[in-house]
Design a protein around this ligand. Structure first.
Ligand code: SF4
Ligand code: SF4
Ligand code: SF4
Length: 585
């Protein structure tokens, strides 16, 4: 161990630990802006400056390794004044528009400025002028609020393995953009939104679709319905200051009614339906020699990534649409027919943890109902903002229930929202079918419950069948797995891939932790635990036992993989060529 003092507190740390990490391990806060542990430790923002006795000048704590006998001070006059000056310089070229900024109330730059005691802006610098890049259907980039911390670049490259964006130009002209300064919609961007989760300011945000939804809600000629993904109920409370993982299902439903939605449904219903179709597809491929491994297709960030970078793997993807799109197709057919509604008058809105769902809803092929199946997609953050705009305090709402028939779900559908959940839900159904009900009530497949980051492999024995399965979350982990599959180094029957770390609960549209991205892993774990709690409390825990799904097949669809199911619930993929230059993954 190495022994040193930080602000006169004796600390002992492993060799190689930086001063910043040593301080954090001992509860001493050093402010940061560009730092992301293990991903972006570049000392660019200079916010973590400290003094170390015997060292010349101020040092960046995120890059300075601890040394035996070191005496570190984090709060000297020199440190505080220099940090304040750096912030004043950043603000001198910042489009300060807090009242209209979506990060107002949750902005790291604003918080640091307040902590530094900035009360006026003495430095008048030249202001960057540039138009907001609204070209992407998923995310927006406002360079006038960018502090060039490069967290987004690091996450896109290191966690997602995409490198859709980078730092372009030099000096004052430096800015974050896709390569060749293309617009976002021309880049090979997966739309995952992970960059928006780590941006400390309002520079990278989800595309804001709240105005279009308000317009629909205010239109008396429209029947406006909403579906909410499993991951929303364990996250939306955070937008009202509730602890991470708080379960707010009933209050969320009441809140949506207060906003004016005519019916509040649950995407978990179509998660169950997805499992029935996907388990049927797996059984079909296993018994008739189809392309294996079967890879899940419910994460639209993963699907677009595969279309760009792994086109030869597209035949492996399940043809099942995601639960969002299955719901959309049924809303304007089955639901419209059952309740005598004209589908042209239905506006179908979804609340999703995911920015990529915005792109998915706009795909031209997603119109099996004869209309665009999903009209508007809001992220959890946008939903939280709409509640505030309506003066609705989620924390004070009574509980209420989802509407029928598209609101009934099982525990299997709920765990769709976490990494390993789709796999476990599919195994609950496929295993029962493959064994002819010989499972003796087994519903838990803990061996596939995933890590927050990375890959998990398992061998599941069901009846006489040995199923080799694997789960990957985060696109860089997915790429590592796909390379091994392509090289023949691993053989699986069934693979789950989620585009975001932790699965949907870690989606790019989820609430941003108030103390910054360092809390993300902890927050994701809390949300995952809550989904498993809901599953444990559910009376029905296998998707194919959902009585509303059974009624849907009886009354409308016929059978899994049947003609009507194929038309409404299945899709196809397209090869997309990278428009930008990828610098590696
Ligand atoms: S990014 Fe922060 S400081 Fe800048 S306008 Fe938005 S809230 Fe204000
Ligand atoms: S949305 Fe995802 S893929 Fe696109 S730039 Fe951001 S992190 Fe990269
Ligand atoms: S867009 Fe956000 S995360 Fe990216 S460099 Fe600018 S401020 Fe940092």
């Amino acid at each position: 161990m190495i022994n040193l003092t930080i602000d006169r507190v004796p600390v002992s740390v492993e060799p190689g630990t930086t001063v910043l990490e040593a301080a954090r391990q001992h509860g001493i806060r050093i402010p940061t802006l560009c730092y992301l542990k293990d991903i972006n430790q570049i000392g660019a923002c200079r916010m973590c400056l400290i003094e170390a006795k015997g060292y010349r000048g101020l040092q960046t704590a995120c890059t300075l390794p601890c040394a035996e006998g070191m005496e570190v001070s984090t709060n000297t006059k020199d440190v505080r004044e220099t940090r304040k000056l750096i912030l004043e310089l950043l603000l001198s070229d910042h489009n300060i528009s807090c009242p209209t900024c979506v990060r107002q109330g949750n902005c790291e730059l604003l918080r640091l400025s307040q902590e530094a005691g900035i009360t006026d802006l003495p430095i008048k610098g030249e202001l960057h002028q540039s138009a907001i890049d609204h070209s992407s259907p998923a995310i927006s980039l406002d360079a006038t609020k960018c502090v060039l911390c490069q967290r987004c670049v690091a996450v896109c490259r290191e966690v997602q393995g995409v490198s859709a964006i980078g730092l372009v130009n030099r000096g004052f002209e430096s800015r974050v953009a896709p390569f060749f300064q293309a617009q976002l919609n021309a880049a090979a961007c997966a739309n995952c939104g992970q960059c928006t989760l780590v941006c400390p300011t309002g520079a990278l945000t989800e595309r804001d679709d709240t105005a279009a939804v308000w317009e629909a809600l205010h239109d008396p000629t429209k029947h406006v319905i909403v579906q909410t993904a499993p991951a929303i109920r364990v996250a939306v409370g955070e937008t009202f200051g509730l602890p991470a993982g708080s379960i707010s299902t009933g209050q969320m439903v009441t809140g949506l009614r207060r906003l004016g939605f005519d019916r509040v449904f649950d995407t978990t219903f179509t998660a169950d339906l997805t499992i029935v179709e996907e388990a049927s597809e797996l059984e079909e491929r296993l018994t008739h020699g189809g392309t294996l491994p079967l890879i899940t297709s419910c994460s639209p960030g993963w699907v677009k990534y595969a279309e760009h970078f792994y086109p030869t793997m597209l035949p492996h993807l399940s043809t099942c649409k995601s639960p969002q799109q299955m719901f959309g197709a049924l809303a304007k057919t089955y639901y419209a027919e059952k309740y005598g509604l004209d589908p042209k008058d239905i506006v179908s809105v979804s609340i999703m943890p995911c920015t990529a769902k915005k792109f998915e809803a706009g795909r031209p092929e997603m119109n099996a109902s004869g209309y665009q199946d999903v009209d508007h997609v809001l992220t959890t953050r946008e939903f939280g903002r709409m509640l505030r705009q309506a003066g609705v305090n989620l924390k004070k709402l009574p509980d209420s229930e989802f509407d029928s028939p598209l609101g009934l779900s099982t525990g299997a559908g709920v765990i769709f929202g976490t990494t390993g959940g789709v796999m476990e839900a599919a195994l609950r159904t496929a295993a029962e079918w493959l064994t002819g009900n010989q499972l003796n009530g087994r519903v838990k497949f803990t061996e596939v419950r995933g890590e927050v980051r990375g890959i998990k492999e398992a061998t599941v024995v069901v009846g006489g069948n040995v199923l080799r399965v694997a789960v990957a979350n985060g696109l860089a982990a997915a790429a590592r797995m796909l390379e091994k599959i392509q090289a023949g180094e691993v053989q699986y029957h069934f693979v789950e891939i989620m585009g975001c770390p932790g699965g949907c609960i870690g989606g790019g549209g989820q609430p941003i932790p108030p103390d910054g991205p360092e809390e993300l892993d902890e927050v994701r774990q809390a949300r995952i635990q809550s989904l498993y709690t809901i599953d444990e409390m559910s009376t029905i825990r296998r998707s194919h036992e959902n009585p509303a799904v059974q009624a849907l097949y009886r009354e409308f669809l016929g059978e899994p993989l049947g003609e009507k199911s194929h038309h409404l619930l299945h899709t196809h993929y397209q090869v997309r060529h990278p428009a930008g230059v990828r610098t590696g993954r």
